[in-house]
Design a protein around this ligand. Structure first.
Ligand SMILES: Cc1cc2nc3c(=O)[nH]c(=O)nc-3n(C[C@H](O)[C@H](O)[C@H](O)COP(=O)(O)OP(=O)(O)OC[C@H]3O[C@@H](n4cnc5c(N)ncnc54)[C@H](O)[C@@H]3O)c2cc1C
Length: 392
């Protein structure tokens, strides 16, 4: 059936971007190099996406972007994930930071950061999570203290996608310890690498190799006062602006990976024979395929709905975004696991890409907020709505 969820323009963009990826990205062999640990970050991907204008899809034209709807960003993430497990986030996350700078930044910050971001000349990483606090933002320990024209920042952050290749870090730090981070205690900073941030690769990841995931340490580094993004206390607003794009894009990445697994499984089921017929003719197997397709279509619908609502209502659509992210993480992983099962033993080897996608898609249940935090947001906003109706 034709895809009625997207406009003709959006479908044309998908076709165009898919062709571009197959013609110009796949032949670079980045996914294979990442899987063999030959590169720690796909810098070439960022440069090419920037040259072709794909980094600024949803950024304002004034800063080199194309001012398109969020669904364009999501298509990009999905298509990149389809060809390589660790390509989608490195190919998108810098754009999310650009969007936050457009919302909260000064004109100078937009000139200094957003224009190079749109051109693929500056790579950004997002440094929220700390060793002692991920989901629990109120327990962040990184501190920023203003003294004359500089903030002195100390703390440790972990798990920044793209950190190994980043030119700057959007870093969150406490500026007012008398208030909870969620209620005005947190601020956001644009920290250039040469300001003294120490970036290391501390952990070997289960999957997602070559996505540049880093650990960063700040020991009394001096950051100019002008590098605060927004005002002191705006950290949660900046974070929400980032997370709304990041969650939909992460959902789309998991979805792109799951789609690739389905296609691999269907192809295999048409070739492999057992008991005198192809696997595709064995009821248990074709039910597995049906199950994957139904889940695929549910995820696609939820992601598009999330995009449309965010375009219209911004961060107020956090609940619907959380629903899409939850479903993409949970069902995406179920799809990848089922696809591997269709291939049997050979699915568990690296002859087919499914095993690397299983490791990648598993991340969809953790990154950008865990599935449990997504459930928390859904119930919180549902009760707010119900109680609000009663009181109103
Ligand atoms: C490969 C990778 C890439 C990442 N990229 C980035 C990045 O670019 N930038 C960045 O800042 N971070 C990044 N992260 C960090 C990621 O967002 C966090 O790991 C995630 O938010 C969970 O935080 P945590 O690991 O501290 O787990 P914790 O918060 O310690 O949670 C542990 C477990 O407890 C559950 N839990 C905790 N609190 C609650 C609660 N209130 N209700 C229910 N369950 C709860 C969680 O759901 C989870 O199951 C990345 C992580 C990975 C693995």
């Amino acid at each position: 059936m034709p895809d009625i969820l997207m406009t003709r323009e959006e479908l044309n963009f998908r076709r165009e971007f898919r062709e571009f990826v197959n013609k110009e990205i796949v032949p670079l062999g980045l996914a294979e190099k990442q899987e063999r640990d030959e590169i720690d970050f796909p810098t070439e991907l960022v440069r090419i996406l920037g040259q072709k204008g794909y980094f600024g899809m949803c950024l304002p034209e004034k800063y080199g972007g194309k001012n398109r709807e969020l669904v364009y960003e999501v298509i990009k993430s999905e298509e990149l994930a389809y060809v390589g497990p660790a390509l989608s986030c490195p190919g998108c996350s810098t754009g999310w930071v650009g969007n936050a700078i457009c919302e909260y930044g000064t004109e100078k910050q937009k000139q200094d950061y957003v224009i190079p971001i749109a051109q693929g000349l500056k790579v950004a990483a997002i440094a929220m999570t700390e060793p002692g606090a991920g989901s629990d933002i109120n327990s962040y320990k990184t501190k920023a203290v203003l003294d004359k024209d500089f903030y002195t920042i100390s703390g440790e952050k972990r798990f920044q996608v793209g950190g190994l290749g980043a030119d700057f870090f959007l870093t969150f730090a406490i500026t007012d310890s008398s208030r909870p981070a969620l209620k005005g205690g947190l601020s956001a900073f644009l920290i250039d690498r040469e300001m003294g941030i120490e970036v290391v690769e501390k952990f070997k990841m289960m999957g997602y190799h070559g996505a540049g995931v880093s650990h960063s340490i700040m020991k009394n580094i001096k950051v100019p006062e002008d590098n605060i993004l927004g005002k002191e206390g705006d950290g949660m607003g900046v974070l929400d602006t980032i997370l709304i794009w990041e969650r939909l894009s992460t959902a789309a990445g998991a979805f792109g990976g799951a789609r690739r697994c389905i296609d691999e499984a269907i192809k295999y089921s048409l070739e492999r024979e057992a008991f005198g017929v192809t696997l595709s003719r064995i009821p248990t197997v074709y039910n597995m395929v049906a199950d994957m397709i139904i889940k695929r279509d549910v995820i696609a619908t939820m992601i598009i709905r999330g995009c449309r609502l965010v375009d219209k209502y911004g961060p107020k659509a956090m609940k619907e975004v959380a629903e899409a992210k939850y479903l993409a993480g949970e069902m995406g992983y179920e799809i990848a696991d089922t696809a591997l099962q269709v291939l049997g033993g050979i699915g568990y080897t690296n002859k087919y890409p499914i095993e690397s996608y299983v490791r990648f898609v598993r991340l969809g249940r953790i990154a950008s907020g865990t599935s449990e935090i997504m459930q928390y947001i859904v119930q919180r906003d549902t009760y707010k709505e119900v109680l609000g109706r009663k009181e109103g």
